[in-house]
Design a protein around this ligand. Structure first.
Ligand code: SF4
Length: 222
């Protein structure tokens, strides 16, 4: 049984509303956000594992032009894949990506269940949840380092574990999502974490500051 952080629904609701309102006005546009299919979302998330969003766009488009389907990726030469993804520092993952293509071909479909996705080559907990959230709009939790930073600061939670291992944080994230709004909520948290709740937070310009535990603790909520 996972302990849930002691966070009431009023706080969760205030967080959701502020993030969604901010995202409607300030959300970023990236190629992988414009493409809706599970394969393109999955490839985008794998390419984003190490590198900031802006740097990935060109490589992502080149990748999908050459290997637009799992079948094409399954037949790719790892050396060719390595050449394309080298600018992202991911060249060593080329064989893994080819194996991913082969595994998807063997399955005959791209799963939407995180439990099925997480056993695929190169797919971690974040990507396994990002695919059903971003491609299918499923109301699932989504936690990476950026989301963890924002949630921990806002709700006053400890930052003593890696996000993947923080089951309480994933439980809170599950309670934050509502059907029909998961995609916008998590994109909003990711964008807000990139623009405002950065490692050095800009609380004075943050739409979450009124309810944020961190901002209150440093006297920056006004
Ligand atoms: S008020 Fe500050 S710490 Fe809180 S979410 Fe915003 S930027 Fe982050």
């Amino acid at each position: 049984m996972v302990e849930r952080p002691d966070v009431d629904e009023a706080s969760r609701k205030a967080f959701r509303r502020a993030v969604l309102a901010w995202f409607r006005r300030n959300g970023r546009r990236f190629p992988w956000r414009e493409r809706a299919g599970r394969y393109s979302v999955l490839i985008g998330e794998i390419l984003l594992q190490r590198t900031r969003g802006e740097a990935v766009a060109e490589v992502y488009e080149a990748f999908l032009r050459r290997w637009p389907t799992p079948e094409r990726l399954a037949r790719a030469a790892p050396r060719s894949v390595a050449e394309v993804i080298r600018p992202l520092g991911l060249a060593k993952r080329a064989p893994l990506l080819v194996r991913l293509g082969r595994e998807l071909v063997r399955l005959g479909r791209i799963p939407s269940d995180p439990k099925e996705l997480i056993v695929l080559p190169g797919v971690g907990p974040y990507a396994a949840h990002a695919v059903p959230v971003f491609a299918d709009g499923r109301p699932l939790p989504l936690v990476d380092w950026v989301v963890a930073r924002v949630l921990r600061r806002y709700f006053g939670l400890p930052a003593d574990r890696r996000p993947n291992a923080d089951r309480e944080l994933w439980a809170l994230a599950q309670e934050l999502v509502r059907p029909g709004r998961a995609r916008e909520l998590w994109l909003g948290v990711l964008d807000l974490g990139a623009a405002i709740c950065r490692p050095k937070p800009r609380c004075a310009e943050c739409p979450l500051r009124v309810g944020c535990a961190f901002a209150h603790s440093v006297g920056g909520s006004g």
